[in-house]
Design a protein around this ligand. Structure first.
Ligand code: NAP
Length: 265
């Protein structure tokens, strides 16, 4: 699938990976629908897109933890564009707290944003996509969706859950011309650590050293667009994080040891 002339709906488009993917897809000729919870940030992004070319960017703000808002967002999108070719389920929040220090409500909140938000939107959009005869669903998982990591218990669990759901969905949609790509980034240079939740639900508010040294976000976005074009099933983005995944596969005991040593920040 070429990105050009397609219509892409990107959640979590107000910052980081979602914003970069929206820019890359727009640059490659797609029409983009930007969503997040922050109206002002989205309007700012739209102004930039409109200054490049008017009529190829729409904004639909909604809170991905509120099913009614998702329902209304889908209804609005149906009025704005003839179809959605690419849905990028990217909105997410990370965690910076040990399990013992994390309130169960915060574990649930992380699941509501990272897992239930993505599957609710997908399930509401899917009948329309199926009727259109084709589509591509992209899911921003994480390396933490492939292996556990300190201070990421609920985050890692929510990302693992995405794999179970969307791998099963891919098999269900095989004969309906709808593809699924799971993206597993390691550390990417975004503000994700600043926005991460502590155990009491407060924002962590710090830029982690690991984050700062991550893959540039524009490079990550280009890899994601290429993965859509090539219909990749699963993509790993990172450096030492990808090596650790290989180690987990070929020598699990070494992974069990290394993962206790790596700094979670
Ligand atoms: N950066 C990394 O190193 C990394 C690594 C692996 C995976 N990922 C994944 O990549 C995705 C994007 O992360 P990022 O690095 O770009 O972080 P980010 O800059 O913090 O972006 C997170 C996005 O999610 C949106 N969001 C959060 N809660 C929401 C809610 N309740 N309703 C609607 N939107 C909500 C935010 O929008 P508002 O705040 O405007 O609502 C923002 O646009 C996430 O799923 C993350 O888990 C990132």
């Amino acid at each position: 699938m070429r990105i050009q002339n397609n219509i892409a709906w990107i959640t979590g488009a107000s910052s980081g990976i979602g914003e970069a993917v929206a820019m890359e897809m727009f640059k490659q000729g797609a029409t983009v629908v930007l969503s997040s919870n922050e109206v002002a940030k989205l309007k700012e992004k739209k102004a930039w897109f409109d200054s490049v070319e008017k009529g190829r960017c729409y904004v639909i703000p909604f809170d991905i933890t509120i099913p009614d808002e998702i329902l209304q967002a889908v209804a609005k999108v149906k009025q704005l564009v003839p179809r959605i070719d690419i849905l990028v389920n990217n909105a997410g929040v990370s965690q910076r707290s040990y399990a013992m220090d994390t309130l169960i409500d915060i574990d649930r909140k992380i699941f509501e944003i990272n897992f239930f938000g993505a599957i609710t939107l997908t399930k509401l959009l899917l009948p329309w996509m199926v009727d259109s005869g084709a589509g591509h669903i992209v899911v921003t998982s994480s390396m933490a969706g492939k292996y556990g990591f300190r201070m990421r218990t609920a985050y890692s669990a929510s990302k693992h859950a995405l794999h179970g759901f969307f791998e099963s969905l891919r098999a269900e949609l095989y004969h309906r011309n709808i593809n699924v790509t799971l993206i597993c980034p390691g550390r990417v240079q975004t503000d994700i650590s600043l926005h991460s939740l502590k155990g009491d639900g407060q924002q962590y508010g710090l830029m982690d050293k690991g984050q700062q040294q991550g893959v540039p976000v524009s490079a990550c976005a280009r890899i994601i667009c290429r993965a859509v074009e090539k219909n990749r099933k699963e993509v790993y983005i990172g450096t030492s994080e990808v090596i650790l995944l290989v180690i987990k596969r070929i020598c699990p005991p070494l992974y069990y040891w290394i993962v206790t040593k790596i700094s979670p920040t």
